[in-house]
Design a protein around this ligand. Structure first.
Ligand code: DGJ
Length: 544
């Protein structure tokens, strides 16, 4: 006889009790653990820290090429990032991809970026390629490109069209705000782990080839009174009712454009932030940091150093205005000093990866930077030299990779020390001059080059660099490459005899320094010599 079918699940009353318990019980522990605090930027005594999972985090980063954030390209991205040793990858999100038809969003690619970043154990900074990309609007979806009247570009002084979107288009602003909001809404629900730690709103906004929009609509605004919030923010309320020309004179055109672009981006950013308050930033194609006054030939309207006050007034929802540093070496530190301000954390979202630029990573940390990232790190571009090579750029990346590997394991400590202003750097300059670091009752003398028992005379390429974190009056963490570092007493102790109490080589793990050996004898009698190994030393000193 066939057995009578009997239900095999729990008794219905038990089911009811279980579901009532589920309604009142706290969420399952696995789920709770995954929800991390939303990253944020905190400021103290003029310095800043990016908090990720509630603690200071240093973005040891890199950005892929513009057309690499596609699922089919990612296998060529992760290995390059791994070679460099990053903890954060910057990848674009393309408006044309996520909104193929008005109001129809597709976040499949974004989800792939997030899932693969998690698998590769890195965080993401996502770049909203929206209205502006390098001053143009080439990432607008096709349906917008087909309607140039609704979504206009700007017009130059000569009345000719300029390949740059108008910041005065209400329709474009509305469309961008809607798309960016949808993107942020998606991130909020797709990323409780906070794999995405920051979002760039637009890319190098502004205009190449025209200082501002000269269309009739823009002209009307330009002739009208300067907006009250701007006058208030820059302390010029006495100029209430005056035109841009009357208030800003020779800088009127550029200031008007900067305000207009920043005001547009503020509205996009504010809408996104209201949905999901991740740290947001805008990046700048730079104006020559050493030239003051009006110089042609840069992108107008973006957060260039001369327009930072306008952007700060116009776009308070942006936590950071960040320089993309593609300047000659002598201009890199001046740029960092222009963008590191009590009201602006230093973050370098793009720079050159080549060996002579590797030293600037340490200089950035010592300036309290929250992150650093060279541009163009992936294997999507095949190498031309040597012919047939497939790994373009590894030789270039090698020096930075060495620094990234030295700092990576102590990234959390470094971020905390940098926030507290305890980190100092000495980097080789083109003239190979020695450097000195003031460390309270000590100073560190640094010479660049490799000469373990002698007098280093500089490296062929200026790649020498050291980083010193001062943990206490007589205690330091020191790391470096291609340099010799010597301590000596300073101030009222200058000239006194002294000695190393202990020099330990090791690494930080789980918040603790784990020594592997003590340096002594030849390793300390000739100064602390750093060559190519990522060595981290904990040093304690005493006068006698
Ligand atoms: C700066 C831009 O922000 C990047 O997207 C890229 O176009 C690089 N320039 C190319 O060097």
């Amino acid at each position: 006889m066939k057995a009578r079918h009997r239900p095999t699940g729990p008794h219905p009353i038990l089911c009811l009790i279980l579901s009532l318990l589920a309604l009142t019980a706290p969420p399952a522990p696995a789920q709770t653990q995954q929800v991390q605090p939303i990253p944020k930027i905190v400021s103290q005594d003029g310095g800043h820290a990016l908090l990720v999972d509630g603690k200071p985090f240093l973005i040891i980063g890199a950005q892929a090429h513009n057309s690499s954030a596609w699922p089919g390209m990612l296998p060529k991205v992760w290995p390059a990032m791994k070679y460099l040793g990053v903890n954060t990858v910057e990848l674009p999100v393309y408006w044309e991809q996520i909104e193929p038809q008005p109001g129809r969003f597709d976040f499949g690619v974004v989800d792939t970026l997030i899932a693969e970043a998690r698998r590769n154990d890195v965080r993401l900074v996502l770049l909203w390629f929206g209205t502006w990309k390098n001053g143009s609007a080439h990432y607008r979806p096709e349906w917008m490109k087909r309607e140039p009247r609704r979504f206009p570009n700007i017009v130059g002084r000569d009345g000719k069209a300029v390949d740059s979107p108008s910041p005065h288009s209400k329709e474009a602003l509305e469309a961008d705000t809607k798309a960016f909001s949808a993107f942020m809404r998606h991130l909020r629900q797709a990323d409780p782990q906070r794999t995405v730690i920051m979002v760039q709103v637009q890319n190098e906004p502004g205009s190449w080839g025209s200082v501002r929009d000269f269309s009739p609509a823009a002209e009307r605004l330009f002739q009208a009174a300067v907006p009250e919030p701007l006058l208030r923010a820059i302390g010029r309320t006495a100029d209430r009712g005056k035109s841009w020309q009357a208030v800003f004179g020779d800088d009127a055109d550029e200031t008007f454009h900067a305000w207009s672009v920043a005001h547009y981006i503020e509205q996009v950013a504010a809408a996104g932030k209201a949905i999901y308050p991740l740290p947001l930033y805008a990046n700048a194609a730079l104006k020559d940091p050493l030239q003051t006054g009006r110089t042609p030939g840069y992108e107008f309207g973006g957060p260039t150093h001369n327009m930072l006050h306008i952007w700060k007034a116009a776009a308070p929802s942006l936590d950071v205005l960040a320089p993309d540093i593609y300047q000659p070496p002598a201009k890199v530190l001046p740029v960092m000093d222009q963008y590191r301000r009590p009201d602006n954390p230093l973050f370098i979202p793009e720079t050159i990866s080549a060996a002579p630029y590797a030293r600037f990573f340490y200089a950035a940390i010592a300036r309290g930077a929250i992150g650093y990232a060279p541009f163009g790190v992936d294997y999507t571009v095949l190498a031309a030299d040597p012919p047939g090579a497939s790994r373009l750029g590894e030789a270039d990346l090698q020096q930075l990779a060495m620094s990234y590997r030295a700092i990576g394991p102590m990234m959390r400590e470094m971020a905390q020390w940098a926030f507290e202003g305890r980190v100092h750097a000495a980097i080789e300059t083109e003239d190979k001059a020695p450097a000195e670091i003031a460390l309270g009752r000590w100073k560190a003398k640094v010479r660049f080059g490799v000469s373990p028992r002698g007098d280093p005379k500089g490296n062929d390429t200026p790649i020498g660099r050291v980083l010193v974190a001062q943990l206490g009056p007589d205690e330091f963490v020191v790391t470096g490459f291609y340099a010799k570092l010597e301590f000596e007493p300073a101030g009222k102790d200058a000239g006194r005899p002294w000695e190393f109490l202990r020099v330990e080589e090791g690494q930080f793990a789980d918040g603790r320094f784990q020594p592997v050996r003590i340096w002594n004898g030849d390793e300390t009698d000739w100064g602390l010599n750093f060559v190519s190994a990522p060595q981290v030393l904990r040093v304690r000193l005493a006068t006698r």
